[in-house]
Design a protein around this ligand. Structure first.
Ligand SMILES: NC(=O)c1ccc[n+]([C@@H]2O[C@H](COP(=O)([O-])OP(=O)(O)OC[C@H]3O[C@@H](n4cnc5c(N)ncnc54)[C@H](OP(=O)(O)O)[C@@H]3O)[C@@H](O)[C@H]2O)c1
Length: 305
């Protein structure tokens, strides 16, 4: 299968979530076609991973896409843990069915995977390191990765870290912290959870570069700064203080003290040299993104009081 990517749109399957808007921006309105499941956007096509044939979607697009980015999924970690087989219907069987159909149509599949394929037992995981997910969500991501790696090219997997919004976005952890800081609240924050968050627009730009460059295989898209959750909150608080005095109390704890259904991996930081050695593009540091998001929080009028 050859993929001629010139002047052909990229299909964004599951673009109505947190990450989709950044990808729409990176590919440009005329360069992408978006789908949604329950939250329709302007010009977006309805798509259910459990039932909609890809041919139905492709037949509604003027020219056949060269690549499709598979973003859709049930992405809440504890939803996957509570209902492994129900979520696998979308996250594994749905994705694999879509990949098979895309390949029949000669559309290159690009799969959005996650740093949750690692067990978190040490720092800075590279593409060559052994995977060992301790989360059901991570096992589902790995099942799709393994399926893709059994296929002949072309296919692409990008492992994403925690994505941050540089602007006001109630679905982003930075905005959620900013909102909590303005209340008489308690913010429980782990000091032992490490990651390499990246700005969603930077990850989207990187994916657009990989697709346009006809890259194949597996790429980590971690940010340049490995830090723990408490340190990131520290950056948020420092920036917040330039605008207002925080009202909430921060309670430091271990990740093990946070009440969740399935214990999280401690260190999912990614080493992303493979991407960095191929492209000159550099991601912003997580602390700089967090500060920008706090500035947006105050200048967008989102801050109350
Ligand atoms: N955000 C992150 O920090 C992060 C980190 C690592 C990896 N990732 C991965 O990147 C991808 C995009 O993440 P995200 O944060 O944008 O996820 P998200 O906000 O949860 O969005 C999920 C998308 O999947 C769609 N969807 C849900 N059920 C569907 C179904 N049955 N059929 C078709 N579409 C369905 C949703 O549509 P509706 O909203 O219209 O219902 C939405 O467009 C995911 O695969 C995620 O695992 C994200």
């Amino acid at each position: 299968m050859t993929a001629n990517l010139d002047n052909r749109p990229t299909l964004l399957l599951g673009a109505s979530g947190f990450f989709g808007p950044a990808l729409l921006e990176a590919f440009g309105e005329s360069g992408a076609v978006a789908t949604h499941f329950s939250r329709a956007g302007a010009g977006s096509l309805h798509f259910d991973a459990r039932s909609t044939p890809i041919t139905d979607i492709v037949s509604r697009i003027p020219s056949r896409p060269a690549a499709a980015i598979i973003l859709f999924g049930i992405t809440r970690i504890d939803d996957c843990a509570r209902n492994p087989s129900g979520t696998a219907e979308v996250n594994v069987r749905g994705v694999i069915r879509v990949i098979e159909e895309l390949r029949t149509l000669e559309v290159m599949p690009v799969f959005a995977s996650s740093d949750a394929v690692f067990d978190g037992s040490r720092a800075l995981w590279s593409e060559d390191d052994e995977t060992n997910p301790i989360l059901e969500y991570g096992r589902q991501k790995l099942a799709v990765e393994r399926y893709l790696s059994s296929l002949s090219p072309p296919w692409l997997v990008v492992r994403l870290p925690k994505l941050l919004a540089p602007g006001y976005n109630p679905r982003c952890m930075i905005t959620a912290w900013a909102e909590a800081l303005g209340r008489e609240d308690r913010i429980l924050c782990a000091t032992d959870q490490y990651f390499t968050p990246v700005a969603a627009p930077d990850a989207a730009q990187a994916i657009a570069m990989l697709v346009r460059d006809r890259a194949q295989g597996l790429f980590h898209l971690g940010g340049p700064e490995r830090l723990n959750r408490r340190a990131l909150l520290g950056e948020v608080i420092d920036e917040y203080r330039r605008f207002a005095e925080p009202r909430a109390d921060v309670v430091e704890c271990s990740l093990r003290d946070i009440p969740v259904f399935e214990p999280r991996p401690l260190d999912t930081s990614l080493r992303s040299d493979r991407f960095a050695s191929r492209f000159a593009y550099r991601f912003r540091a997580a602390s700089a993104v967090a500060r920008t998001a706090i500035q947006a929080f105050f200048t967008s009028g989102a801050a109350k009081g």
